[in-house]
Design a protein around this ligand. Structure first.
Ligand code: GAL
Length: 806
């Protein structure tokens, strides 16, 4: 970064804060995006908190930032391949900013949505605190240490040097957003509203807004009023009643406004309708605070026999577990990248997300509210006993209460959240200490929210499980053990069930082994490693670890019984780390229904055919084989009675699903040409699909998911790169190296191809195709204009794409 750009950046920030200063007079509360213009140094710094330290040579960057994703893969990195094989270390971030003199008398806070991990924060050399948990959101008050009208320096030390501390890729750094918030002395607390909806029906509902505020002693008479607005921003005058409460004296107050909403539009997964509650604190005629809370009106129930229902309608939670990384973007949170993941899952018919195994980014929960996903919000992967050597167990005793309280307070207004999980596969399921800890955690949650059940994800779901025996758990959570589900009530009569984690199917996108109709369990015995060339796993949904099941095995059981209220499949997306069934050179997982780059594996369409009403016909594998080889062709389909397959125009037979079949299969001797599948209902064609034998790679094709993006420095266009033959067929084994060039108002934020064994950096301008596909993620700059992305590959016709940012 050039010095002049640096200075311009700083001037801009100053202007923003000054503009904020202007607004202080009118605006009682102000939340500023504090992501820009941080200086970063990778490595330890002696007294990096000292205000006078010269950080001018440090790199200037915008948050969110994950330094691990910029590093080199190596099996020797202390994270190990389980943790993604990328480097950790210590990093320092510093930011200098000016607070206007007009802000004197206000309270000023800095809010971190998440820092991985073990962060120390200073302002003007004063130590504000240490926070070990890498996933929790936290705030510090800056007021007493600020120079109002002058320069201030924030310094953050992030220590992710002691590893392994995670069983998956964590990322390193200030990888979520940072905010600067200013309020009056009398103001609503952080996470200071708690909204519940009661007596909900389609004709009426009560919206109860409990408001927690702190009171400047001078401010004696206060009125707290909440108004509700509908999704169009209209005051619900006819439907709601604003109420107010007056209090005085005390420093900390709690006031509850109860509003009645007539004919509420209920929040559901199909229609995730959101209201806004605007709470005002007034003193005489002066508005001293204004605070907005998103509200969804809904009710739900877990029933021991009937399973889950939302707004009185029975349904199943069809969910996936995801880790927090965003593939080649690492753990640096990006709202569009999260939204794209959720859009793909929604299109598959998925309606649930488990935030395995930690508090998520706030943006994920906002999106789940908006897009209609039911969330199981999870707190911990371990309690007092370790999983990874330097895991959170080292901090659990001292920090679990604070961390869990903060998570519940931060998240409890999200209508999407319907389950709290206080632990995943906690080893103390087998130890009597569970009798002490589980009830304590449940009490913490219940003291802050009684409207949602508590679960733990148990890998020992037999009746000897001491967490369950403690009686603290509302929903009995099963991880795996799918074949025991039908007999659940023999073990737990009258209890409520949730499949907190299922499946663990293993697949490499685009890789197929014949024959396909036998289930492969890895490992067959613990001393026999799973060996395949290139560390691949066949994509026929027939490979599973011993503790898990294939996708079809699991879903066949889940769909049969109403009392099985829902499931969270391991996992929606591949993630960095945990490369089961392999280890190095693999560095990312094989569990996803969708690969790391965001390309669906075949089984995606099995779910789509079962979980959506839209017409589906998906046939695979590709049609490029050695002549004479026997090939299994599978079809996932729905809304049809039969599928007929043709090879080079000749029918090779009609197949129909019978019993609990989820696919049909033909076994054919390969001959080059065209495979065509036709699905029919009552003799009428529903869908037709064709796969042709591809010739040699001839050209590169670029397809953007969005060609118009926002010029906000954050928005993304995901560009799929296809290697095609001269007739436009995708070449299924193409691995050509594609070079990208980008000009104009965008840059390449990451490249990928979904290959778990690739060791090229995600942050370069080239990528080899993997089974014919690669991905380039284009990020907008802040200036509107054209973005031109070109792709070239040796011997192939290249391609150019022009995107726009506005
Ligand atoms: C589960 C665990 C997950 C993941 C998964 C892989 O036991 O909860 O975090 O490790 O296994 O199959």
């Amino acid at each position: 970064m050039s010095i002049s750009r640096n200075i311009r950046g700083k001037a801009l920030l100053l202007m923003t804060l000054m503009a904020g200063g202007q607004a202080f007079a009118q605006q009682p509360r102000q939340k500023l995006d504090f992501d820009k213009n941080w200086h970063f140094n990778l490595g330890a710094v002696e007294h990096g908190e000292t205000p006078s330290l010269d950080d001018s040579k440090w790199r200037t960057l915008s948050l969110p930032h994950d330094w691990s994703i910029e590093g080199k893969f190596s099996k020797d990195n202390p994270a190990t391949p389980e943790g993604g094989a990328l480097p950790g270390g210590i990093g320092w971030y510093r930011k200098t900013f000016t607070v206007p003199a007009a802000a004197k008398g206000k309270l000023v806070y800095i809010d971190f949505d998440g820092v991985y991990q073990k962060s120390d924060v200073w302002v003007n050399g004063h130590h504000l605190g240490f926070r070990p948990n890498g996933y929790i959101s936290f705030r510090y008050e800056l007021t007493p240490y600020l120079n109002f009208g002058g320069k201030n320096t924030i310094a953050v030390k992030v220590d992710n040097s002691v590893q392994p501390n995670s069983r998956w890729y964590s990322g390193s750094g200030i990888y979520r957003h940072v905010w600067l918030e200013t309020t009056n002395k009398t103001a609503i607390d952080e996470w200071g509203t708690y909204v519940t909806t009661t007596d909900v029906s389609t004709s009426s509902a009560k919206v109860n807004v409990q408001v927690q505020l702190h009171n400047d002693k001078a401010a004696s008479q206060l009125t707290v009023t909440t108004k509700l607005y509908d999704a169009a921003g209209k005051f619900i005058a006819a439907a709601g009643e604003a109420t107010s409460a007056k209090q005085n004296g005390a420093e900390s107050l709690t006031v509850t406004n109860t509003l009645t909403v007539k004919n509420p539009v209920l929040w559901s997964v199909d229609k995730p309708y959101l209201y806004k509650a605007v709470t005002q604190v007034t003193q005489g005629k002066t508005i001293v605070d204004e605070y907005t809370t998103t509200v969804g009106i809904r009710y739900f129930d877990f029933d021991a026999d009937k399973g889950f229902s939302l707004n009185g309608k029975p349904m199943k939670i069809l969910g996936v577990c995801n880790h927090h990384d965003l593939g080649s973007l690492g753990s640096a949170v990006n709202t569009r990248a999260l939204e794209r993941q959720l859009q793909m899952l929604k299109a598959m018919g998925c309606n649930g997300i488990r935030t395995s195994h930690n508090p998520p980014a706030p943006e994920l929960l906002d999106l789940c509210d908006k897009m209609g996903f039911i969330v199981m919000d999870e707190a911990f992967d371990c309690w007092e006993w370790k999983k990874a050597t330097y895991d959170y167990h080292l901090f659990f005793k001292e920090w679990h209460k604070r961390d869990l309280e903060d998570q519940i307070k931060r998240d409890r207004n999200h209508p999407s959240i319907m389950i709290w999980s206080v632990g995943n596969e906690i080893p103390q399921q087998a130890d009597t200490s569970a009798y002490r800890i589980a009830p304590e955690l449940a009490a913490i949650v219940h003291s802050l929210d009684k409207t949602r059940p508590i679960t733990t994800a148990n890998d020992r779901p037999d009746t000897s499980n001491k967490i369950v025996k403690s009686g603290a758990i509302d929903l009995i959570g099963y991880n795996y053990h799918e074949r025991d589900y039908p007999t659940f009530h023999n073990r737990y009569p009258g209890k409520k069930f949730i499949a907190t984690e299922t499946t663990s199917g293993l697949e490499t996108r685009g890789y197929y082994e014949m024959p396909s109709d036998s289930i492969r369990v890895w490992p067959t015995s613990w001393d026999k490693p799973f060996v395949r060339e290139g560390n691949n796993v066949s994509a026929y949904d027939n490979t599973r670890p011993p503790w898990g099941s294939t996708h079809e095995m699991t879903w066949k059981i889940m769909k049969k019984y109403d009392f099985l209220s829902g499931m969270f499949i391991w996992t929606g997306f591949d993630y960095l780390g945990e490369p089961t069934p392999y280890s190095w050179p693999s560095r990312s997982s094989y569990f996803g229904i969708i690969d790391l780059a965001g390309f669906p594996k075949d089984v995606y369409y099995m779910y789509q055919s079962e979980w959506t009403k839209k017409d589906v016909l998906h046939i695979f594998p590709h049609w490029n084989w050695e002549p004479g080889k026997m090939i299994d062709i599978w079809a996932y389909y729905n809304n049809a009675d039969e599928v007929e397959l043709y090879l080079n125009g000749k029918s090779v037979g009609i197949k129909k699903k019978t019993g609990d079949d989820l696919h049909v299969m033909w076994r054919l001797k390969f001959e080059p040409g065209t495979l065509k599948a036709v699905s029919r209902k009552n003799g009428k064609v529903v869908l037709t699909r064709e796969i042709r034998t591809a010739g040699a790679p001839a050209k590169v094709e670029l397809i953007a998911d969005r060609s118009l993006i926002k010029a906000d420095g954050k928005d993304l266009s995901f560009v799929t790169v296809k290697i095609l033959d001269k007739d436009g067929n995708i070449v299924p084994d193409a691995d050509n190296k594609v070079n990208f060039k980008i000009t104009g108002e965008g840059f390449i934020a990451g490249v990928d191809n979904g290959d778990p064994v690739n060791h090229d950096s995600f942050k370069v301008n080239y990528r080899k195709a993997f089974h014919g596909l690669a991905l380039a993620i284009v990020q907008a700059k802040e200036k509107a204009g054209n973005i031109t992305l070109s792709a070239t590959a040796d011997g192939l016709t290249g391609s150019t794409l022009v995107l726009k940012s506005k």
